[in-house]
Design a protein around this ligand. Sequence first.
Ligand code: NDP
Ligand code: BG6
Length: 534
Amino acid sequence: SSAISQLSLLSNPNLSLLDSDVKIVEGSKDYPVIIVVVGASGDLAHKKTLPALFSLYYHDMLPHQFAVVGYARSKLDREKFHDVVRSHLVCRITDRDTCERKTAAFLDRCFYFSGQYHDREDWRKFHEWLTEEIEWPMIHKQQQRLIGANGDGGGGGGDVQTERVPGRLFYLAIPPSVFADTLGGISSEAMAPESRGAWTRVIVEKPFGRDTESYEALRDVVSSCFTEDAVYRIDHYVGKPLVANLTTLRLGNFVFDVLWNRHCVESVQVVFKEDFGAEGRAGYFDSYGIVRDIMQNHLLQMMSIVAMDPPASPMAADINEAKVKLLRDMRPLRAKDFVIGQYDRYRAEQGVPPGSTTPTFAACVVQIDNERWRGVPFVMSAGKALDEKKVYVKVTFRETPNHSFVPEELQDRRNSIYIEIQPRPAVELSFISKVPGLTGRVVPTKLDLVYNESFVEEARDMPDAYERLILDAIVGDRTLFISDEQISRAWSIFDPALKEMESAPPMQPALYAYGSPGPILPETLIKKFLAGKM
Ligand code: NDP
Ligand code: BG6
């Protein structure tokens, strides 16, 4: 049927939203969806997933017919679930009345089911409940619309030609320890009826394992339950507006495109700074550490976008190919490439074992063995409990060979492009300029694009990364999700260093004061590298 062929269009792994977001989203609105948030009682669901779904709803981006279903062990009734969800929803721009109306309408579509993750019988009951209580009413509404085709008989909106069975999107907001049971339960008991044209997709959160072995074990479980095109591995940094713009910035602008190589670039920094520690998450954080929590995924993804060769097209498959090639060209890291640190109060935090050597700060130099980047240091730096909250990429160009126009004593003689991902999205190009007047004085200056000032309307209501990514998963766009191959390559880059750092006796992190800049600045690491001291 046409519904099925259009559904397969929507699950096309090569579909890309890059140029035509709105058109494709509009086209997909007639496909009903049930979004199941597994672990709906938890931190991620409350802070990110449910607010993102609400925001998509009030911006009218979700399908006309949708339902949000929480699944977790906690014994909540629907009313209690609504209370919890309501307390986390934020209307970014709408006025108070509209906000209240939209909140009530959203909660009307929110349901809750209490079940165990490992119990197949619970998943079977869930499937029955979902089919009868949520799916049938959605289909029934469509039937009513079809019968009264000329009037607005059934609500829900949309130009429905034929009845459609809702797709099921499972968002796994649960600890990795229960991934396998949950995936097994869903795949054996709770799949949407494929024979009637309905799809099932799962969104899986990082961390994707702790090393190659554990990742491969997880991958085996996932692939025994789902085909690759049904699995959406999320790294929310890839969905951040400024990260999504990195590709356009470097490949859509001739002036940057021609400079993007070792002949012109001296160094690249990819930096993550947080001004709070692992408070309240020590149980998870202490067994992962900053390298696995931030570097192996968020920073490596940003770096891949900055450094990959131009993909053949903006299609998901081509972007993936370009990233995988780049990851293959990166030299595996060793302990000697790292400086690690730990903030002074970390060991006193609840849940941190005495004498823990888990790094809360790490900086390293990554080298890329290809024609474009050979010899250029890429510094990744990530730290918790530092002096500020900031994430940025900085590309520094080589010094101009013509010193007659730029005095040698001038600090910051090099041009650079600074891209602030958060908290103040901006792009700054630094360059040297003569001060107007009769003197010959030259100074470093900046041309900047500050999102809040240049895109006033859009920046006021900038979507959270999770909104973008959940919407992409609903319409079947895999462009911003992480492939299995990317994760395997990422572990093979970090595994050797992690093994060396963690084998007895473990590498000791340098202590740094909570709220300080950390044990080393990226610039210092670059200088050491360029001076051949690393
Ligand atoms: P939580 O610890 O809040 O766990 C989510 C839910 O899972 C809990 O409400 C609980 O629900 C259930 N749960 C917790 N521990 C166990 C356990 N040992 N066995 C079985 N069920 C358990 O985790 P988060 O929400 O913080 O994180 C969920 C996932 O998202 C993780 O993979 C995490 O790494 C990832 N993530 C989290 C981020 C965040 O900001 N929180 C950011 C990025 C990724 P119940 O008891 O009701 O079943
Ligand atoms: C998560 C990490 O993936 O990203 C956290 O587990 C970190 O440790 C968080 O705080 C940062 O995300 P954001 O979007 O707040 O910068």
